[in-house]
Design a protein around this ligand. Structure first.
Ligand code: GAP
Length: 514
């Protein structure tokens, strides 16, 4: 079996070869941790955003969406705490001169212990066969329990030292765990220092009058500063939510793992405004709703888990991540935070404006509490891409590469293929495209033998191939081939649109979130 690194490398090269993602400015040797989405990638990204927007905004009477500017008044970031507290703890290796995030070094160490647990599970599975009970094994095997205890101890200590900003202890932990620099292999570390992640820029024509600005590091603040505008103009009653999709920027130091951690990325965020005191109830509800959204895409229940935070951000009284099993292990895909009234109260203080809600049922004014859900579009994209890429052995002994992207978000829904480039078949294929294009993103493909075209569409992630052959001319039927099962059926041309719609329609997939 290919190891995790090989699998990840394959995902990255497949993404380039099939028009999904490439490095930004590649002809100039690229820009680190910045990526461009090419033709299929742009479609997949758009579909992910639409799937989220529909689930959050369209499906909820009490949630509206906005589109705030990336540039915001600089005081916003003072109020939000980002100027003072949006830091990463950094450590340098004196031999390689490489800089690392200290917490990531420790987390990578933990991931290695997790990998050992997985290895034990695999070994035991092989030994016990069908009788193997994974849950019982994890709960009783002494070696696994030892590893788990080690992980808990390390993460607790890391959480505690970060919380207390005890950077000396973070360094001690790195030394005690004997973590070595992945490049030099040495343990020759500097002290741990804080580094602010916001990108600064300037607004204005001349150096004297220019204002210092930041590129927003999260979209959330665009929602908070508009809380009253939206509540009043929409006459919204608590509980209600404001959603937003948009770019965010962070000067990430550990810029690796492809589009997992980027310097320019996109977020899909919801701020849900509630009565103070009800935050735990809503926090749990949103954890459940968001997990359902993920599961609705059918990418495997075992690939998701919650990770409740030990260390809370400066604004939160509870926080949990939905982690996904990426090719490099379980990592954060989405964050769900109970943000209290931190943001609105702080903006009240800094702006001098009241950001309160009059609750007619309680007959009182208050600053609402907030539960936030925040997911990176690019991370979701990587989850989909890495989970979908498969190499399958076929019955005839050959292999095929297939991208089993959930059909609802697949970039191209169908390819229409004339069996041969003559006898009027291309004309019929084009006519079918002219019908389908109003509802779906479809392509025409006539190059090479039809078997090769199927393979090409499998690898590009297209859920359906519609083949026009000589029988089509006689009885107005075509074959429709399913990407995942490779099953082929003969159906009437008139039935093609409906057949595709039943499998790719967002309505049918979103119903699973109810
Ligand atoms: N408003 C809350 C917030 O921004 P976060 O945990 O820092 O919280 C939320 O970010 C989500 O944004 C993450 O779960 C992740 O999916 C995505 N994200 C954060 N930093 C990212 C980066 N550098 N590159 C890609 N996605 C990122």
């Amino acid at each position: 079996m290919a190891n995790q690194e090989d699998i990840f490398r394959k995902v990255i090269s497949h993404a380039k070869e099939y028009g999904y993602v490439v490095q930004s400015s590649e002809i100039y040797d690229g820009l680190s941790a910045v990526y461009d989405y090419t033709q299929n990638g742009a479609e997949l990204k758009k579909n992910i955003k639409e799937y989220w927007w529909k689930a959050m905004v369209q499906m909820h009477e009490n949630i509206v969406g906005i589109d705030a500017a990336i540039f915001m008044h600089p005081t916003t970031w003072k109020a939000s705490g980002h100027v003072d507290a949006f830091n990463d703890p950094l450590i340098d290796n004196k031999d390689s001169k490489k800089r690392y995030r200290a917490d990531v070094l420790v987390e990578d160490h933990v991931a290695k212990i997790e990998a050992k647990i997985e290895k034990e599970v695999k070994k035991a599975h092989k030994r016990f066969g069908d009788a193997f009970d994974k849950t019982q094994f994890l709960a009783t095997n002494p070696r696994v329990l030892g590893y788990q205890e080690k992980i808990q101890t390390v993460l607790k200590r890391l959480g505690k030292s970060l919380e207390a900003e005890d950077l000396a202890d973070v360094k001690n932990l790195i030394e005690e765990l004997q973590i070595v620099c992945p490049v030099s292999g040495s343990k020759n570390w500097t002290d741990v220092k804080q580094f602010n992640l916001m990108f600064g820029t300037k607004l204005g024509a001349s150096a004297e009058t220019a204002t210092d600005l930041y590129l927003r590091p999260e979209t959330a603040q665009g929602i908070f500063v508009n809380f009253l505008n939206v509540q009043k103009s929409g006459r919204l009653k608590i509980p209600f939510g404001i959603a937003q999709i948009g770019k965010a920027f962070r000067n990430e130091i550990v810029a690796r793992q492809f589009i997992f951690r980027m310097r320019e990325f996109e977020q899909m965020e919801l701020q849900f405004f509630i009565r103070p005191g009800t935050q735990m109830e809503w926090y749990e509800k949103w954890k459940e709703m968001r997990m359902k959204w993920h599961l609705s895409l059918g990418m495997g229940e075992d690939n998701y888990r919650f990770h409740d935070h030990e260390k809370l951000a400066h604004y939160a009284d509870a926080a949990s991540d939905i982690e996904f099993k990426f090719p490099f292990g379980f990592k954060e895909l989405e964050g769900i935070h109970s943000r209290t009234d931190f943001d609105l109260s702080s903006h009240e203080k800094y702006s001098g404006r009241k950001l309160q809600y009059f609750d007619p049922e309680l007959n009182e004014n208050y600053v609402p509490y907030v539960v936030e859900t925040s997911i990176g579009v690019d991370r979701m994209f990587l989850a989909v891409l890495s989970n979908s890429l498969a190499e399958e052995e076929l019955e005839n002994g050959t292999t095929r590469t297939v991208l089993k992207i959930p059909a609802v978000i697949a970039p191209i829904k169908a390819a229409v293929l004339p069996l041969v480039k003559k006898d009027g078949l291309p004309e019929v294929a084009h006519k079918i495209i002219d019908e389908l294009k109003w509802d779906f993103n479809v392509v025409y493909d006539e190059k090479d033998a039809v078997g090769r075209r199927y393979r090409r569409q499998d690898a590009a992630g297209t859920p359906f191939c519609i083949t026009v052959d000589h029988q089509t001319l006689e009885d107005q039927t075509v074959t429709i081939r399913h990407r995942d099962s490779m099953e082929q059926k003969r159906i009437a041309i008139d039935a093609v649109n409906h057949t595709i719609a039943m499998e790719v329609g967002m309505k049918y997939w979103l119903k699973k979130t109810e």
